[in-house]
Design a protein around this ligand. Sequence first.
Ligand SMILES: Nc1ncnc2c1ncn2[C@@H]1O[C@H](COP(=O)(O)OP(=O)(O)OP(=O)(O)O)[C@@H](O)[C@H]1O
Length: 327
Amino acid sequence: MTVIATESLSKRFPRVTALDRLSVDITPGVTGLVGANGAGKSTLIKILLGLSPATEGRASVLGLDVATQGSAIRERVGYMPEHDCLPPDVSATEFVVHMARMSGLPPTAARERTADTLRHVGLYEERYRPIGGYSTGMKQRVKLAQALVHDPQLVLLDEPTNGLDPVGRDEMLGLIRRVHTDFGISVLVTSHLLGELERTCDHVVVIDGGALLRSSSTSDFTQTTATVAVEVTDTDRHPDGTAALREALAAAGIAVHAGGRAPGAGHVLLLDVADDSTYDTVRDTVAGLGLGLVRMEQRRHQIAEVFRKEDDRDDTQARSAGGHDAA
Ligand SMILES: Nc1ncnc2c1ncn2[C@@H]1O[C@H](COP(=O)(O)OP(=O)(O)OP(=O)(O)O)[C@@H](O)[C@H]1O
């Protein structure tokens, strides 16, 4: 079953292609949509809500066609916009009741659902005060509450952690996770930060320049990014121990990325860990060269490293091509 499906979806503005033949299926659960600013995330959300027509291709949300069934989609889907859109003079309660009434709830149900939803997002006494006096974190919670108040099957959250400090970010990510675990609502959440989604999402879709870069489960992402850092000594026979090890490991079929470029970290090699035998191969190769092993440690798995590694790889190739291997 899919909650969102797009097929060769494109959106062209006169000067930019915001979405470029995007085909992706999103299943129930919590899905992260990741991309740099301008990658096309907000554009995709607006198309999915039936608010903006695609230039080309098709998309469906909960089995409904975005081109013809926009209002049916908006009845079943909640939306948290990226930018500040809250009226400063009314209270959270008044605003969320209003939004609940707009989506068709009768007055009593609207008030009850508002109280429940605001409690769920962690707004209590403050909910009677005007929104204008709220912190960014409180405003983000009100925006989340209005997306949930009509009990949707799916919510689209556009950069919900924007502007929050690390604690606020963690709280918001926890709330988002609970939207799914407590209520069974599917979530599509966008972010320009890969790292923050890996704890929250079951699945991650990465777009770049409006095109699909990758779509996979978070565990696949983190598994394939398992990396080990290796540091060795130099010897008389191998005045550049790191370079010698890099060569020998490459010959043994282990992918080696450049070490960190930070000062003092130039002698660290980063390797892909295919399975446990990688550690044995590294140990045996170091011993075979007669180098001293200073350290071999597992790096924290982070989705973000998928990208960093690609940068490093390009870099390594560039340097190797030039005959200077500085790492
Ligand atoms: N109405 C519009 N007219 C012209 N260009 C637009 C319009 N809306 C978006 N764009 C352009 O389309 C591209 C994708 O924008 P979009 O807002 O979808 O990106 P995003 O990934 O959501 O980034 P951000 O988080 O910065 O909003 C950008 O280059 C943007 O300038």
